[in-house]
Design a protein around this ligand. Structure first.
Ligand SMILES: Nc1ncnc2c1ncn2[C@@H]1O[C@H](COP(=O)(O)OP(=O)(O)OP(=O)(O)O)[C@@H](O)[C@H]1O
Ligand SMILES: [Mg+2]
Length: 233
């Protein structure tokens, strides 16, 4: 459903990623691992049309989406959960969800606020609270629920576990697994391998802006030197 072909993205002349190629199939979740500064966020922002200096091609559902606007890309069915969990802190949980409501590309509404609040009972309890008063974990759940209000077929998640307690990360894993069971495809950037492995069975390892390994976690695990070399673990 998604294919990156030889993508190179720069910030003001400085190359951040290059030779970036990978595919995500329908219903699949791909984990993206890499050290700080490896290029995970840049790759996700490039897919989402948030960066301007891009070479190569991004194809989504057969259409070239390279250099399309973020709005258009979202309309085609890609949801984005940025690393800074953007929620409207002065709006309630319900209002945040309503403000994010968009029909899917084919016009059908698979996800409603009611359905998403069932998936995230933690934020259902806070339905009428201002989003700014939520805990980090609750804000992350709200951020994911907001992305789902756009009825995406592919969800891009940028380090959703960052700064969250292990018990909250477990809950996040439950919710992401439930979304997957409903057929949502994902690219999940993570430093938390436990969450990455729970959600995805294939992995792309990024080192200094380029893919160093792409394949099944089972193959990744066959050669511990890959993680040693490119993740420093
Ligand atoms: N706005 C920017 N302007 C200039 N350089 C940037 C900018 N954002 C990122 N970079 C550079 O691009 C490279 C890739 O950064 P990126 O944020 O994509 O990495 P990351 O894998 O998401 O790291 P982290 O795990 O810390 O989130 C780094 O060298 C970084 O310094
Ligand atoms: Mg990042």
């Amino acid at each position: 459903m998604l294919e990156l072909k030889d993508i190179a993205t720069s910030y003001g002349g400085a190359r951040a990623i290059s030779d970036m190629s990978f595919r995500v199939e329908h219903g699949e979740a791909l984990a993206m691992l890499g050290r700080n500064g490896a290029g995970k966020t840049t790759t996700l922002k490039t897919i989402m049309g948030l960066l301007s200096s891009i070479l190569g091609t991004v194809v989504f559902e057969g259409a070239d989406i390279t250099r399309q606007t973020p709005d258009h890309i979202a309309q085609l069915g890609i949801g984005y959960v940025p690393e800074d969990r953007r929620v409207f802190s002065g709006l309630t949980v319900s209002e945040n969800l309503e403000a994010a409501r968009k029909p899917s590309p084919k016009g059908q509404t698979t996800w409603t606020a009611t359905k998403l609040l069932e998936l995230f009972p933690e934020i259902a309890r806070r339905e009428n609270s201002m989003a700014g008063t939520l805990s980090g974990g609750e804000q992350q759940m709200l951020s994911i629920a907001r992305a789902m209000m756009g009825n995406p077929s592919l969800l891009l998640l940028d380090e959703p576990s960052e700064g969250l307690a292990p018990v909250v990360v477990n809950r996040l894993g439950d919710a992401l697994s439930a979304l997957q069971e409903q057929g949502v495809s994902m690219v999940i950037s993570e430093q938390n391998q436990r969450l990455a492995r729970r959600v995805a069975n294939r992995v792309i390892l990024i080192d200094t802006g380029s893919p160093a390994f792409t394949g099944l976690f089972s193959d990744f695990d066959q050669d511990p030197s890959i993680a040693q070399r490119h993740l420093g673990v």
